[in-house]
Design a protein around this ligand. Sequence first.
Ligand code: TA6
Length: 278
Amino acid sequence: MLVAGNGGLPKAVVTTRWSTAEIYLHGAHVTGFQKTGEPPLLFMSAKSAFVVGKPIRGGVPVCFPWFGPRDGDVAHGFARVTKWELVKTSAAADGAVTLNFRLPEIPERAAWKNLQTEFIVTVSDKLTMELIATNDSSTAMEIENCLHTYFHVGDIGVVTIRGLKGAQFLDKTDNGARKLEAHDALPIAAETNRVYHDTPGAMEIVDAKFRRAIRVEKSGSRDTVVWNPWTTQLMADFDPAEHKNMVCVESGNVGRNRISLAQGKTVVLKVTLDSKPL
Ligand code: TA6
């Protein structure tokens, strides 16, 4: 199940009768999911690093226990640059494969040591991911969580995102201005970086080039983040030319919807990805 991946980092490779998937222990990072006969569902930057201490660019970054930049610390939390433990793998009677990962205690992250965190990935004709955190400390903990999924699309110019109409969003390309989403089918035609608060429902990415609709079912997520860097060179490990073949539709609880996790309580963020021909 575990083999040496890019940069020699260990990864789990999963093959089912419907699909294949791969998950690196580094960040418990899903870097691949592909249904038989379909293009890959996830986008990976061709320039991604696979180095201890650096984030993998693409796939499904596990953003935890915070989202976004943090002075002097790693953006989107330390879980994504930590080596998780693969605690268990199991196969169901129908052939679905489940992998249970656990975030180990990190001595230099003592402030978070009582936040018991696991990530469960189930590979079938769908990809299901559950980020589960339990506060075993004696006080409440403020956390953000987000599965920052990079979707692979045929041509961003003929992609629309459905499920956001009527939602308010913060437009990070316009100094965080608060706006209202009017599109039933949102096109992406420029740099886009938006936090749609209070959007707990399913989303759909309609790809006219690949002639498929990707469905994002979710629970335990109040927010949806939509991101495409367009031609802005934001990061050394992402070639802006690749913006044509990706869009991030991210599910989590961020900003004003951060979670105050009470002592002894558990929070579950669950996302299921599926695709259907158009
Ligand atoms: O979610 C959008 C965003 O915060 C962008 O501002 C950009 O920084 C991007 O995330 C980077 O995401 P990644 O998970 O690849 O570090």
